[in-house]
Design a protein around this ligand. Sequence first.
Ligand code: GSH
Length: 185
Amino acid sequence: MITISAFRWVPDFARGQVRDLRVRWALEEAGLPYQTRLLEQGDQDKPEYRAKQPFGQVPIFEEDGLVLFESGAIVLHIGERSEVLLPTEAGGRARATQWLIGQNGKDADAALAGASPYLRLFGITTGGCYLAQQALAAIRLGEAAEPRLALARFFAENFAVQAGGLERTVVEGAPGLLGADAALA
Ligand SMILES: N[C@@H](CCC(=O)N[C@@H](CS)C(=O)NCC(=O)O)C(=O)O
């Protein structure tokens, strides 16, 4: 079973930005089951963890004795097992990799600004879902929810509305991408 390390707690400003999210997101997209190893404060500095992640950071990926750190490298490794993430066709593979390398050092929100219809659709739907989940979590935890609700509402009204058009472009313009050839036959 794949295990991903993450912090049990992070301050408010970091929620949704911690790099284990990228890896978990890729695993969810690839449909690969995984479990999390939640670190308490200070666990990341213990020798056992530092031996696996020399910089004392999350995430690390562990599976059957293989240990990887660096979210981009981990996502590429996951991509090797999922054509949804990394096409086998050389050109598609190179284009997916260019996006990964181009975006991985940046703020996660920047990933929402993909250049192809598929990346934009992916960003819009998952971004909208993520913002809505944050607002719901704030309500559940009794935190100030209004700013998050306002952001989710803004996103829904200004960006999420593009999803329908993008979906059509993706399905009609890149049939191979979603296996639409077979589905529409
Ligand atoms: N380049 C690394 C960066 C990892 C990273 O910055 N992790 C942060 C959380 S987003 C962390 O663990 N910070 C704790 C620390 O540096 O002590 C990756 O993408 O995996």
